[in-house]
Design a protein around this ligand. Structure first.
Ligand code: BV8
Length: 231
């Protein structure tokens, strides 16, 4: 990796799959059990807040039980970040904190974080490890509002896009790991990186919907391929 100066890594649900966290679109993934429109959109939340809060409470409860631990792919990205003496940005679509648990420092959660809640008025964040219910009010406003999950739902603006696009415009290597390339704008990052002259590598169990944009496509498990890539 020493031949590169600026690396951007994008991870998706596939990097956490071997840690026991459901993906969305693999076999028996989350979107087979829930309708995306009901649990991952602002409209769904306003229509039935309890359904949406319970959807995230169930995932938070599982995650906080400690059964999901970082795997070799998460640890390999920590090693890459530590060894690499250039610019490094890790962007994740995941809302778990397995990258942080493994020791990654520069993690940008573009779709939010499961262990945080947000005041809808001030956008102030609070650490939230238990169940979030509609009577859990913010403490930052004169007229308190019910806290919402700090999650980017469909139709909402992802977090940190300016920073991400800036790094993509200067990257000389873009690596996507464990993402189906279905959800935008993340799925379009490879084209952004390539338009700046970056090399691009996809690591995924199967060819993603945007695999044809990548210079290299490595099919297989992240826990095997990511350590091989960074060694
Ligand atoms: C937005 C909430 C306005 C958190 C999620 C073009 C431009 C801009 C927007 C759009 C566009 N076209 C369409 C849109 C709208 C929409 C969209 O993309 N819809 C899709 C369905 C077509 N996008 C939005 O609404 C976004 N916001 O557009 O704002 C805007 C406008 C212009 C410019 C900027 C902004 C908001 C998107 C975020 C929605 N929130 N989730 C949560 O509940 O977790 S998205 C959800 O999908 C998750 O965040 C997830 O991370 C994300 C992507 O899924 P993946 O991570 O890829 O997971 P998936 O299961 O799909 O794939 C896993 C892969 O891993 C598989 O391929 C599998 O084979 C592989 N795998 C499995 N095991 C392993 C493995 N690989 C390696 N090793 C293994 N062991």
């Amino acid at each position: 990796m020493s031949e590169y100066k600026k690396i951007v890594v994008l991870t998706g649900a596939g990097i956490s799959a071997e840690s026991g966290i459901d993906t969305f679109r693999s076999k028996d993934g989350l979107w087979e059990k829930f309708r995306l429109e009901d649990v991952a959109t602002p409209e769904g939340y306003h229509r039935d807040p309890k359904l949406v809060l319970d959807f995230y409470n169930q995932r938070r409860k599982q995650f906080c039980s400690g059964i999901n631990l970082p795997n070799a792919a998460h640890h390999a990205l920590v090693e890459l970040e530590q060894k690499f003496d250039g610019d490094f940005l890790l962007v994740t679509q995941n809302i778990d904190n397995l990258h942080e648990q493994a020791g990654s420092k520069s993690v940008l959660h573009m779709h939010g974080e499961l262990l945080k809640a947000r005041c809808p008025s001030s956008n102030q964040l609070v650490q939230w490890l238990g169940d979030l219910n509609s009577d859990d009010l913010c403490t930052c406003c004169q007229y308190p509002s019910p806290l919402r999950p700090h999650i980017v739902w469909f139709g909402e603006m992802p977090i940190g896009l300016d920073k991400i696009y800036h790094h993509l415009s200067e990257a000389d290597l873009f690596i996507a790991i464990g993402t189906s390339g279905t959800v935008y704008p993340a799925a379009g990052f490879v084209e952004e990186a390539k338009s700046s002259g970056a090399e691009s590598i996809e690591i995924n169990l199967e060819a993603s919907e945007v695999h044809s944009h990548f210079d290299q496509v490595k099919q297989g498990k992240a826990s095997q391929l990511v350590p091989e890539l960074v060694k």
